[in-house]
Design a protein around this ligand. Structure first.
Ligand code: PLP
Length: 399
């Protein structure tokens, strides 16, 4: 805050968004290279999503989801379930954002074992470098020093592993759930998991009666090249957290999906009730935006358009790395990329992103890694422009 409030600091004030571009209040245009913190899918001011929200607004903006429901929420739940194989993730619980979608999964998992009489389970397994949100439960699962260290003694019991081989040393009868960002850890700096890992986790969880929770808050809705990251390994978890791209990057809305067997454990006596609700759960405007987001996926063949873009991005990243001795490594998973600069002290990424603004690219870094995670609608020539902007800013700051 002291930097932000310093006399000579000029905050960037975003005024407008059109397609993959953001405009500041002076009229400067930037490629939204971070998809507005990993949320935007089809671009800003998309006519279909805009008008879906306007139409919903003509009816009602919000009404409590406690004991009543609404049409967009009903339709959205149906649509979400149909994105997964039959008889897998058949139930949907709405909340507000990625953190609460994860909280909800954690509480469901805890209560599930209480209800099924398996009371010895008292810990979660998560991974080094994990990020699952900033609320207390989600934060306890996380393991990135900057974000989580201060709070780690105040959260839940979580055992953090570096890799699946360490599961051999874990007493599976004590574990409630394994929680992971499938394929790629985002906030850790775009870190890719080894392939086959999700299958291994599924196997270990099945053998030990442990629930498997996938946090697809960042990877969901096409980012990795398929609708969901778990499709790459044909693994379905018991619970899944969705948010960010759910509304196409328009409104805060989240969903926790679960299997029928988890759902059924909560049926019966009132004391089995899952007491979890947020004031804005199932918000009709958010659900209308999410429905429109899914409609655009179909209308614009968003997933079908991805493979050439992913390939194009791979080519541009390769040239960037080959063209500059200051690029230590590039990492890519679908339309998610991390460009790690070499010899940095953790501040290089931020300096590079600041420099990129004057070349028309707005993005963010994590330490010395510049993140490039654009709206999926981005065209190949816009990818080129963004990479050119990065190349110039790297040479501006590093020579
Ligand atoms: C962003 C993110 C979250 C938290 O979502 P919020 O909407 O910011 O609360 C959780 N998990 C992952 C993997 C994320 O990238």
């Amino acid at each position: 805050m002291s930097d932000w409030c310093a006399d000579d600091y000029e905050p960037l004030i975003i005024d407008k968004g059109r397609g993959v571009h953001l405009y500041d209040c002076d009229g400067n245009r930037y490629i939204d290279g971070n998809a507005s913190i990993w949320t935007n899918i089809h671009g800003h001011s998309h006519p279909v999503i805009d008008s879906a929200i306007r139409e919903q607004l003509e009816k009602i903006a919000h009404c409590s989801f406690l004991g009543t429901t609404n049409e967009p929420a009903i339709l959205l739940a149906e649509k979400l379930v149909r994105l997964f194989p039959p008889a897998t993730l058949g139930r949907v619980f709405f909340s507000d954002d990625g953190s609460t979608a994860v909280e909800c999964a954690l509480k469901m998992a805890i209560q599930y074992f209480q209800l099924t009489g398996d009371k010895h389970r008292d810990q979660f397994i998560a991974f080094q470098g994990a990020y699952h949100g900033d609320t207390m439960g989600a934060s306890a699962l996380g393991k990135i020093s900057t974000f989580h260290k201060r709070f780690e003694d105040f959260g839940m019991p979580v055992c953090h592993l570096e890799q699946t081989s360490q599961l051999q040393g874990v007493d599976g009868t004590k574990v409630i759930a394994v929680v992971i960002e499938p394929l790629v850890q985002g906030a850790a700096g775009i870190r890719l998991w080894p392939s086959g890992m999700l299958k291994e986790l599924r196997h270990w969880c099945d053998e030990n009666g442990v629930l498997l929770i996938f946090d697809e808050v960042m990877t969901g809705f096409g980012r990795t090249g398929k609708m969901f990251a778990c499709e790459h390994e044909e693994v379905v978890p018991d619970l899944m957290a969705l948010a960010k791209g759910l509304t196409g990057g328009y409104l805060p809305l989240a969903a926790t999906l679960c299997s029928a067997s988890i759902y059924e454990a909560f049926l019966g006596d009132p004391e089995r009730t899952f007491y979890y609700g947020h004031s804005y759960s199932g918000n009709p405007l958010g659900c209308a935006a999410a429905l429109a987001n899914l409609r655009v996926f179909e209308d614009e063949d968003t997933l079908e358009q991805l493979p050439p873009k992913v390939e194009h991005l791979a080519g541009s990243l390769k040239s960037l790395a080959e063209g500059s001795s200051h690029v230590a490594e590039v990492r890519q998973c679908g339309m998610i990329a991390g460009i790690e600069l070499s010899g940095g002290d953790g501040s290089l990424g931020a300096r590079c992103c600041a420099a990129a603004r004057k070349y028309g690219l707005l993005t963010r870094s994590i330490g010395d890694t510049v993140v490039f995670l654009p709206p999926l609608v981005i065209a190949s020539d816009e990818i080129d422009k963004a990479m050119k902007a990065l190349e110039r800013s790297i040479s501006d700051i590093l020579g």
